[in-house]
Write a protein that binds this ligand. Structure first.
Ligand code: COA
Length: 254
């Protein structure tokens, strides 16, 4: 079964995380599939809107930790970075539906979506520090911009989850709905967008991001270099080893 499903209907391309047994954690093959889907949708004249969705119980547990240990993203052309650059630079509207846990990149990818609908069970977290890592997807910049410094510090330094209502309050999500409705609401909004003039949507999005795009890309590249290095260092090794062995990590010597 495909871990990433891609479906196009009435001008809307929908990318669905479909790896429930592993909580929709994302392998490098899945990043590559999503990067390909994004690149194709960007130039496909029949795609007017892109939607990301998961299951009503889980959006994504973030990077697949075992896969990350096996195939750490060493270079800028690694699938994860190709996916992030494609999403950040995607010219058309992107809508997301998020329910349940959205861990790591499950949250940070939302900074690059235009409209986000959350189930009331959504739990957002960026536990990079708890994993011996640092933020990615320009989240060190965008979290601070969106939430203000102190709330960003809570999210990024403590790495604790925050719930749908808190995400609504800081502007990370547009609306909170029952989990069983989230994907449908996202599709309704996507259909509304798909009926609007494409040239105006694209130009408006370009103008909204103008001035910020280069800064975001630069931050993403800086973070990627640190993230790649830290992935091979003792703190991440300890955190990932602990996750695999289902024990608490011991950072007392690190
Ligand atoms: N990478 C690899 N496997 C993962 C995973 C991840 N990020 N997240 C969950 N899984 C696997 C578990 O190992 C488990 O596999 P198993 O059935 O073979 O033992 C399965 O998915 C179910 O996970 P479980 O933890 O039992 O589910 P849960 O409902 O109790 O908790 C989460 C869900 C998402 C809160 C929890 O799995 C979690 O915190 N995952 C890690 C998130 C993380 O640190 N991501 C990295 C961000 S960079």
């Amino acid at each position: 079964m495909n871990d990433i499903l891609t479906h196009r209907e009435n001008g809307v391309t929908t990318v669905t995380f479909n790896r429930l047994d592993k909580k929709n954690s994302i392998t490098s093959d899945m990043y590559a599939a999503m990067a390909d889907a994004i690149e194709a949708a960007a130039t496909d004249e029949h795609t007017r809107v892109l939607v990301f969705q998961g299951h009503e119980s889980i959006f994504s547990a973030g990077n697949d930790i075992a896969d990350f240990l096996d195939k750490p993203p060493a270079a800028q052309d690694a699938p994860v970075f190709r996916f992030l650059r494609g999403l950040a630079g995607f010219p058309k509207p992107v809508v997301a539906a998020v329910c349940g846990p959205a861990v790591g990149i499950g949250t940070t990818l939302l900074f690059h979506c235009d409209l986000v609908y959350a189930g009331d069970n959504a739990a957002f977290s960026m536990p990079f520090v708890n994993l011996g890592l640092c933020p990615e997807a320009a989240s060190s910049l965008l979290t601070t911009q969106m939430m203000g410094y102190h709330r960003a510090a809570e999210a990024l330094l403590l790495g604790e989850p925050f719930m749908a209502e808190a995400a609504l309050e800081v502007g990370l999500v547009n609306r909170v709905v029952p989990p069983s409705e989230a994907n449908r609401v996202a599709q309704q909004v996507a259909a509304k967008l798909a009926a609007k003039p494409m040239s105006s949507l694209v130009e408006t999005k370009r103008l909204m991001k103008h001035g910020q795009s280069a800064v975001v890309l630069a931050q993403m590249n800086t973070e990627a270099a640190s993230f790649g290095r830290m992935l091979r260092e003792p703190a991440a090794r300890e955190a990932f080893g602990a996750f695999m062995a289902k024990r608490k990590p011991d950072f007392s010597q690190l």
